[in-house]
Design a protein around this ligand. Structure first.
Ligand SMILES: NC(=O)c1ccc[n+]([C@@H]2O[C@H](COP(=O)([O-])OP(=O)(O)OC[C@H]3O[C@@H](n4cnc5c(N)ncnc54)[C@H](O)[C@@H]3O)[C@@H](O)[C@H]2O)c1
Length: 250
């Protein structure tokens, strides 16, 4: 089947930021392939999108598995016949330990999802985009792709890696019609940081790091992602964009 609509893949789309990105794409008339390891939640988001007149399909996929990433791109092709946009967003917070106490398993696990997962997705998305003359990709890093945070060395290293991965592939494909950028949110109110938000002292500390005086919302990240992937951003590639309430400006 092929569609006249543009087609987007969003990973980690069952929750939080990915869910907002998938829903905003659908609202703007783009057919969306949502993927996540949480199938029940992912199917619920698809149901909501269809109920509100959008076009979407869910693929259960673990981004740390190359074959799952290849399959999610195949589903986009089989179902819609093309791929125009991708947002590689799936990620975890990982262990909270200083470096010497961080477990080997925890290190390998977070690198496999937060860094290798982005590489595997791009590896299979790029050839399909090249075949149809171009496309645009946004990878989700973090402010912790630019600066440090204590007791999160696996997360900080993986997100710095996503920035490098984005720049490296952006310069390879810029002349072939594929733009690749990276977005760095500060602390955004999603299930990922629920345990921080539910601790009043920690929550106040986090808020105080953002000059705007509050945490961010998933929709505020989604707006930037969709703009960067749109034709309005036609001269932008290989760049890191914070969406951080002033966090990095201090
Ligand atoms: N919330 C924040 O404060 C914040 C800040 C900066 C960056 N980020 C990044 O934004 C992205 C989205 O996070 P969120 O805040 O929406 O969190 P979230 O936990 O609400 O959503 C993350 C989604 O990724 C999925 N996921 C986890 N591991 C996966 C895997 N191996 N394969 C496929 N899907 C998987 C989860 O099931 C979940 O649905 C992450 O990459 C995160 O690192 C979040």
């Amino acid at each position: 089947m092929s569609t006249q609509k543009k087609v987007a893949i969003v990973t980690g789309a069952a929750s939080g930021i990915g869910k907002s990105i998938a829903q905003l794409y659908a609202q703007r008339g783009v057919a969306v392939v949502l993927s996540d390891t949480q199938s029940e939640l992912g199917e619920q988001v698809v149901e909501h999108i269809r109920h509100t007149g959008g076009e979407a399909v869910f693929v259960a996929a673990d981004v740390s598995q190359p074959s799952d990433c290849e399959r999610m791109v195949s589903v986009a092709l089989q179902r819609y016949g093309r791929l125009d946009y991708a947002c590689n967003n799936a990620g975890i917070g990982g262990e909270q330990q200083p470096t010497a106490d961080y477990s080997i398993e925890g290190w390998q696990h977070i690198l496999a999802i937060n860094l290798s997962g982005v590489f595997y997705c791009m590896k299979y998305q790029i050839p399909v985009m090249l075949a149809s003359g171009g496309g645009a990709i946004v990878n989700i890093a973090s402010i912790l792709g630019q600066v440090a945070f204590p007791n999160a060395v696996g997360y900080v290293a993986a997100k710095h890696g996503v920035v490098g991965l984005t720049r490296g592939s952006a310069v390879e494909y810029a002349s072939q019609g594929i733009r690749i950028n990276v977005v760095g949110p500060a602390f955004i109110s999603t299930p990922m940081i629920q345990s921080f938000e539910s601790d009043p002292v920690l929550n106040e500390m986090l808020i105080s790091q953002h000059p705007i005086g509050r945490l961010g919302l998933p929709d505020e990240v989604a707006e930037l992602v969709l703009w960067l992937n749109s034709e309005k951003a036609s001269f932008i590639t290989g760049s890191y964009y914070p969406v951080d309430g002033g966090y990095l400006a201090r």
